[in-house]
Design a protein around this ligand. Structure first.
Ligand SMILES: Cc1cc2nc3c(=O)[nH]c(=O)nc-3n(C[C@H](O)[C@H](O)[C@H](O)COP(=O)(O)OP(=O)(O)OC[C@H]3O[C@@H](n4cnc5c(N)ncnc54)[C@H](O)[C@@H]3O)c2cc1C
Length: 313
């Protein structure tokens, strides 16, 4: 039987040579600084260890850089894991790059810049990992990561490894179809090598980053855009037009700078944030008849009925 209680799970992970932490506050591991304890938190240094953890049969929640996660106040049951060690490396080759799922986008971009290579403008300013980017099909006005993914190596619940070509991942706006519970261990990417195209791309990135700094509350804890943009419109525009900039619940507040951001002004709980998510969704529905869908991922042990969000009223 799978060990599911913290200390038993921790012992099983120690037996695998790992260094788990029991009852680790998830507020330490997410951009929002919100969330109760994970039964067990563990960093996994290589593919073999990742397979062994997945083979334990305990529930697993994979945390990239926690930049798009809303963790429940009651925390996470089972294992919360982060990819580390060789799962954060990249190898550049003539075809492109093979990148560990745990590598930070910013580290990869800096490495490409040093090597005079490009193709990943879509991830500039996205403060997550490459695995999280694939899971979310992250992107900006400069494109989506799915456009440059060649194939993805995943570890499945039970520990089997599968290599999935990009066509199998059904990339769409902020969406990829991965097998249930799959952890992205490695991503093969196509890169741009033409020096003129790379220089042009770098200029676009610089312009894009300056614009973000001017329009987004990057100095406060948030998870970026809370809602996906509805077809032909912007969620932030709708929330602002509904008069909700500055609305707050507990320590959570709809940003005065960008209405699709909820910021933690200090001590916000997951339920404070959830209440604002509902307020924005219900108000925009009532005022404009537009149904906003969340972009952030809610994980952990939420009270019944919170997610999926109730129908807007
Ligand atoms: C200030 C700010 C600005 C942002 N701007 C943008 C933007 O412009 N564009 C954009 O797309 N996003 C943006 N985001 C949101 C976020 O950065 C992206 O969604 C990012 O891709 C999430 O990556 P992560 O590694 O932090 O994943 P997490 O937030 O840790 O996880 C997100 C989801 O991916 C899953 N996941 C993570 N790693 C893996 C893995 N290796 N294998 C399988 N599943 C995995 C998690 O379980 C979860 O379901 C922004 C966030 C912030 C805080």
């Amino acid at each position: 039987m799978a060990p599911t209680v913290g200390p038993a799970l921790a012992r099983a992970l120690v037996d695998l040579g790992l260094s788990p932490l029991v009852d680790e506050p998830m507020s330490r591991h997410g951009f929002w600084r919100i969330g109760g304890p994970a039964d067990v938190w563990v960093e996994v240094p290589d593919l073999a260890s990742l397979r062994a953890v997945m083979a334990l049969g305990a529930p697993v929640t994979v945390v990239g850089n926690g930049s798009n996660l809303l963790v429940a106040d009651q925390g996470i049951r089972g294992v919360a894991l982060r990819l580390a060690g060789s799962l954060r490396d990249a190898r550049l080759d003539p075809q492109g790059a093979r990148v560990g799922g745990g590598m930070m986008n910013s580290v990869l971009l800096a490495r490409l810049q040093r090597a005079g290579r490009g193709g990943l403008a879509s991830l500039a300013g996205v403060p997550g990992t490459v695995g999280g980017a694939v899971r979310m099909n992250a992107g900006t006005a400069l494109g989506e990561v799915g456009a440059v993914v060649r194939e993805v190596t995943v570890v499945l619940p039970g520990g089997a490894v599968a290599v999935l070509p990009a066509e199998a991942l059904g990339f769409a706006y902020r969406h990829a179809t991965l097998p249930p519970g799959a952890v992205v261990a490695e991503v093969a990417l196509t890169l741009q090598d033409d020096p003129e195209a790379v220089a042009r791309e770098q200029a676009e990135i610089d312009h894009h980053l300056a614009r973000r700094k001017a329009t987004q509350p990057l100095d406060q804890p948030s998870c970026g855009s809370v809602f996906r943009n509805p077809q032909g419109d912007a969620a932030g525009r709708l929330i602002e037009a509904a008069g909700l900039k500055g609305a707050s619940r507990g320590g959570a507040r709809i940003s005065d700078k960008h209405a699709n951001f909820i910021v933690n002004t200090g001590g916000a709980t997951a339920m404070d944030t959830w209440a604002l998510v509902r307020l924005a969704r219900d108000t925009v529905w009532r005022r404009f008849g537009v149904r906003l869908e969340p972009e952030v991922h809610a994980v952990g042990d939420w009270p019944d009925g919170c997610w999926p969000l109730p129908e807007p009223t």
